[in-house]
Design a protein. Structure first.
Length: 144
């Protein structure tokens, strides 16, 4: 793909080879001014490309430094894996308001824990021992 400078040079060659004498010197002056503007745009584009290359190099250096810092602070056990974190939480839907509620998995195995919906306050999970107490209070059969 031709660069902006190559395209401007091609246009300049076309204009020099074209017979603009029938259009007078005004047409030649207009085209020369247009080419000057295009040259200025090409200069600014080159500066932007250089600046972007410098920023990319700087960003890569920061990324490498951050990786080194993560390894130093968190050790080799650090992994950038979100799936591992999701395994420690339980997702339930509140039967009252339909809100999705997340809570830590260990609440499923601990006694005397109830999880309530933060939106409506309805209890969405009760541990086994707490269920037994609730069932006995209601006159129903006690849980295991």
């Amino acid at each position: 793909m031709a660069t902006v400078r190559e395209k401007i040079a091609y246009l300049r060659g076309l204009l020099e080879g074209a017979d603009l004498s029938g259009n007078g010197t005004q047409a030649r002056v207009v085209w020369e001014k247009i080419l000057e503007i295009l040259d200025a745009v090409a200069d600014h584009l080159d500066e932007l490309e250089l600046g972007q290359e410098e920023i990319e190099e700087y960003l890569e250096a920061i990324d490498a430094d951050l990786g080194d810092l993560e390894e130093e602070v968190l050790g080799h056990e650090f992994e950038d894996d979100d799936d591992e974190d999701d395994a420690h939480f339980v997702e339930m839907e509140c039967p009252g308001c339909g809100e999705t509620v997340y809570f830590e998995e260990h609440f499923l195995f601990d006694d005397d824990h109830e999880v309530s919906c933060p939106e409506c306050g309805e209890i969405i999970y009760t541990s086994d021992r707490a269920e037994g107490k609730d069932a006995a209070d209601d006159g129903g059969p006690a849980g295991p």
